[in-house]
Design a binder for this molecule. Structure first.
Ligand SMILES: [Zn+2]
Length: 371
């Protein structure tokens, strides 16, 4: 994509499938490394985005009576722009929390009695932490009853989802989408431990990573190959998203016939890495850390070379009221990490509040081996 976009017309190159004057929206990917991919949309595409989001919000129980607070820095990234327009399309009342800081956002939610919230899992957890520990406001006593999480896998990781639901006393629903693709999936209000494919707008195929064979049966993982059916300006056709997914065996109890992906997006082909010869998905460590009472939400994983061998350091925070249970917490952590990831870790305990906090997307996994 980056090579194609070096050609004329600037900045989309010959990936652009409509005359430039029909483009009404500019976005770009938030890709973690290097040059972003530019994404044009026509007005028809933008209405399509809103319709895709309207499907997902309706499935998550959003209705016209909802007052939706969006604590999002409105900018070149598409993320919750489309959530904003989708919620408006449903008839919800939308409160844009753009330039406010976290404290002001919490006060605005309290003042207006907002009922729904959208954000990355990292930010929504961070908001709860700020409310509780810096403002003396218990987020569970605010009026938020549902939260749509996107941008990171957290809401699909059971222990992270549980932490957010407890903190806010609200239902948490996962959504996976991408700038180049669109809002292609959502968790419905029945919480089927997975994501519905938004099949009105997208064709999803699963490809075996080694053989390229298309997987149709449940229970076999592969990477997602996706086609957006109605997008015009820069459509993705059989796009290799690098998301690792598998079909669920059963249809969802909500009655929708759109197929379900078991566990949602279970990893990224790029993130799954071999350490000490074992395949490691960072989400597996998150699931363990956040399933243990007495540990804070934050953690950090560092993989580095130690002579000819490799070493994994896991930094966690011990909650202040759990300091006297450190030994039992440490042994639970060691056991669960061995069971879930088959690896040994150097554990480092820190006081609550000392590891880095992240505003939007977190960078908790650091692979230092290539440096
Ligand atoms: Zn469902």
């Amino acid at each position: 994509m980056r090579d194609i976009q070096k050609k004329d017309p600037f900045p989309y190159g010959d990936a652009l499938c409509v005359p430039l004057e029909e483009v009404t929206e500019y976005r770009q990917t938030s890709g973690t490394t290097g040059q972003p991919v530019y994404q044009p949309d026509t007005w028809q595409d933008w209405e399509w985005w809103a319709e895709c989001w309207a499907y997902l919000l309706w499935a998550q129980g959003y209705r016209p009576k909802d007052r939706v607070f969006i604590p999002f820095g409105y900018n070149v990234f598409v993320a919750f722009w489309a959530g904003h327009y989708g919620a408006e399309k449903l008839g919800c009342e939308v409160v844009p929390g753009g330039v406010l800081d976290t404290k002001a956002r919490i006060l605005k939610i309290q003042e207006l009695g907002a009922t729904a919230l959208m954000g990355t899992p990292t930010y929504i957890l961070g908001m709860a932490d700020t409310a509780k520990n810096q403002m003396g406001i218990d987020p569970a006593e605010l009026t938020i009853n549902k939260i749509t999480c996107a941008g990171e896998p957290g809401a699909g990781i059971p222990s992270t989802k549980k932490r957010i639901e407890t903190a806010w006393n609200a239902k948490v629903y996962d959504h996976a989408g991408a700038t180049e693709i669109g809002a292609w999936s959502y968790e419905c209000s029945h919480q089927p431990a997975g994501l519905h494919v938004n099949e009105a707008f997208f064709l999803v195929e699963i490809e075996d990573i080694d053989t390229g064979e298309i997987i149709t049966e449940p229970g076999r993982r592969g990477k997602m190959i996706i086609t957006a059916l109605d997008r015009m300006a820069q459509p993705c056709v059989r796009f290799d998203s690098k998301d690792i997914i598998e079909w669920a065996p059963d249809s969802c109890s909500c009655g929708r016939t759109f197929r379900v992906l078991k566990g949602g997006v279970v990893g990224r082909a790029d993130d799954i890495t071999k350490v000490k010869g074992v395949l490691l998905a960072p989400s597996a460590i998150e699931e363990v850390v956040r399933s243990i009472n007495g540990l804070g939400d934050e953690f950090e994983v560092i993989v580095e070379k130690a002579g000819d061998a490799e070493k994994i350091t896991l930094k966690v925070e011990l909650m202040t009221d759990s300091i006297d249970q450190r030994q039992s917490i440490e042994s639970q952590l060691i056991d669960q990490l061995r069971i879930k990831t088959n690896l040994r870790y150097d554990l480092k305990f820190f006081d609550y509040g000392t590891l880095p906090r992240y505003e939007v997307k977190a960078k908790r996994f650091k692979d230092m081996r290539k440096k």
